[in-house]
Design a protein around this ligand. Structure first.
Ligand code: OMD
Ligand code: FE2
Length: 445
C-alpha cells in the first residue's frame, strides 16, 4: 500500500480535498445552493453549537450521499460490550490480568467490533459523564461494516498487530506504540493483518486535550505537531448486499444497512477529526537531581472533568528514559491513590514489577487500594548503585488514570479467564527492615 499522507497538528482548523476532485471544498461558504461536484454538505458537531471558541468543535463533510440515507437501526448482539457497572459486586483487590487471549483465526473469525470486550468502567452514558475500558481481540478485517460511537470518544492503543483504519476523514495506519483517537460520531472500519490485540479508553461526553504545561514552558511532553490527521479519501462504491453501519448508542449496539460505502467524503474542513500519535515522539521530563516525580509528568492526553485539575481520565505513558536521580529509590513509590489506575503494557517490561505483568495484559489498582513495587523490585532498587541508567529501554507501559471509581465487568472478573489469582503474592515476601536502634540506613548508596 502506498504510504499514507497526514496533516500535522492538534485541534487545528484543517481543510482537505481528495486530489481526484480539485476544488471540491466550497469557497467562502459552507452551504452553497449546489456544492462543487454536486456533493452533499453535512456538518458533524462534536461540541454544543454554543461552546466557547476554545472548545467548539465541528467539521463540514462534502459527500456523495448524506449519512441519513440508510435503513432503520435495529438492535444487534451485544457480544461483550456493556455499560452495566453492577454486573458483579465491587472488588477492591489489586487485580492483574495475564495477556488477554486472542481468538485463533483457524477457530473463529472475529473483527474489531465483535472482538470488543468491556473490562471496567464507571459513570453514566446518558448524562455524558464517565468512561469505559475495553479490550479488543480480533483476527479479521471488518468487511462492509463500519462503526460509530454516539456515547463518546475512543482512544485506541494497539498492542499486537497493525490497524488500517478507514474513517470518513481518510485512512490512518496504526502500529503498536502509536495511538489514535476516533471522536464521537465518526464512522470507521478496521482492517487487521494478523491476530490483533489492544486497549481502548472510552470517555463519555468530553474530548481529549493536551495537558497544560505550566512551568515546563511552551514545549514538551506530547508536542502538538506530532499529532497526525488523515487526508480526504473517498470511494464511490455501491454495496449490493448492503453496507452495515453499527452504532454504539446508550451503551448498546445497533446496525443499519445502506446501499453505499460510508467512506464517500470527497472533501472536508474543520477542527473535529480523528488523529494519531506515535508515542516515540513524547518528550520526557523527569527528576534529574533526586526523588521520584508523580507520573502526571508523563501525561499524553487528558479528558478533563468540570473540577479543576481532576480528569475523567488521563492517558499516561512510561517511556524509555534515563534514570539519574541520586540518593533515591528510583522505581515507582508505594502508593494509595484516590484515583483509579488501570495499566497496560504494549511491549517490554514495567519498572515496578520483576515479572507477572506481561505485554497484552493489564492491572487495576482501584481507589485507595495499596500497590507498588513487588518484593524483588524493592530489594534490587534499594541496593542498586545509583549510576545513570536507562529505564524501560525497548518498553512501553501506559496508564488510564481516572477520578471515577471503576467497576469491573463479569467478563473482566470471570469470563476472560485470565485474571492472575496470585497477584497479591508478589508483595508477600516484603519484610520489615526496621532498625529501631540505628538511624543510618544500611545498603543505601
Ligand atoms: O505503577 C503505578 O502504580 C503507576 C505509578 C507510577 C509512578 O512512577 C508513580 C506512581 C504511580 O502510581
Ligand atoms: Fe500507582
Amino acid at each position: 500500500m502506498a504510504e499514507l499522507k497526514y496533516i500535522c497538528g492538534f485541534g487545528n482548523e484543517c481543510a482537505s480535498e481528495d486530489p481526484r476532485c480539485p476544488g471540491s471544498l466550497p469557497e467562502g461558504q459552507n452551504n452553497p445552493q449546489v456544492c462543487p461536484y454536486n456533493l452533499y454538505a453535512e456538518q458533524l458537531s462534536g461540541s454544543a453549537f454554543t461552546c466557547p471558541r476554545s472548545t467548539n468543535k465541528r467539521s463540514w463533510l462534502y459527500r456523495i450521499l448524506p449519512s441519513v440515507s440508510h435503513k432503520p437501526f435495529e438492535s444487534i448482539d451485544q457480544g461483550h460490550v456493556t455499560h452495566n457497572w453492577d454486573e458483579v459486586g465491587p472488588d477492591p483487590n489489586q487485580l492483574r490480568w495475564k495477556p488477554f487471549e486472542i481468538p485463533k483465526t483457524s477457530q473463529k473469525k472475529v473483527d474489531f467490533v465483535s472482538g470488543l470486550h468491556t473490562l471496567c468502567g464507571a459513570g453514566d452514558i446518558k448524562s455524558n459523564n464517565g468512561l469505559a475500558i475495553h479490550i479488543f481481540l480480533c483476527n479479521t478485517s471488518m468487511e462492509d461494516r463500519c462503526v460509530y460511537n454516539s456515547d463518546g470518544d475512543f482512544l485506541i492503543v494497539p498492542q499486537k498487530g497493525k490497524l488500517l483504519i478507514y474513517t470518513e476523514f481518510g485512512k490512518m495506519l496504526l502500529q503498536p506504540n502509536e495511538i489514535c483517537v476516533i471522536q464521537r460520531g465518526m464512522r470507521f472500519s478496521v482492517d487487521v493483518f494478523e491476530e490483533t490485540r489492544g486497549y481502548i479508553l472510552e470517555v463519555y461526553g468530553v474530548h481529549f486535550e493536551l495537558p497544560d504545561l505550566g512551568p515546563i514552558g511552551a514545549n514538551g511532553l506530547a508536542n502538538p505537531r506530532d499529532f497526525l490527521i488523515p487526508v480526504a479519501w473517498y470511494e464511490d462504491r455501491q454495496v449490493p448486499g448492503g453496507y452495515t453501519v453499527i452504532n454504539k448508542y446508550q451503551g448498546k449496539l445497533f446496525a443499519s444497512k445502506q446501499s453505499v460505502s460510508p467512506f464517500n467524503v470527497v472533501a472536508w474542513h474543520g477542527n473535529y477529526t480523528p488523529y494519531k500519535y506515535n508515542l516515540e515522539n513524547f518528550m520526557v521530563i523527569n527528576a534529574v537531581a533526586f526523588d521520584h516525580a508523580d507520573p502526571s509528568i508523563f501525561t499524553v492526553l487528558t479528558a478533563k472533568s468540570t473540577r479543576p485539575g481532576v480528569a475523567i481520565a488521563d492517558f499516561v505513558i512510561f517511556p524509555p528514559r534515563w534514570g539519574v536521580a541520586n540518593k533515591t529509590f528510583r522505581p515507582p513509590y508505594y502508593h494509595r491513590n484516590c484515583m483509579s489506575e488501570f495499566m497496560g503494557l504494549i511491549k517490554g517490561h514495567y519498572e515496578a514489577k520483576q515479572g507477572g505483568f506481561l505485554p497484552g495484559g493489564g492491572s487495576l489498582h482501584s481507589a485507595m487500594t495499596p500497590h507498588g513495587p513487588d518484593a524483588d523490585c524493592f530489594e534490587k532498587a534499594s541496593k542498586a548503585q545509583l549510576a545513570p541508567e536507562r529505564i524501560a529501554d525497548g518498553t512501553m507501559a501506559f496508564m488510564f488514570e481516572s477520578s471515577l471509581s471503576l467497576a469491573v465487568t463479569k467478563w473482566g472478573l470471570k469470563t476472560c479467564n485470565c485474571l492472575d489469582e496470585n497477584y497479591y503474592k508478589c508483595w508477600e515476601p516484603l519484610r520489615s527492615h526496621f532498625t529501631p536502634n540505628s538511624r543510618n540506613p544500611t545498603g543505601s548508596k
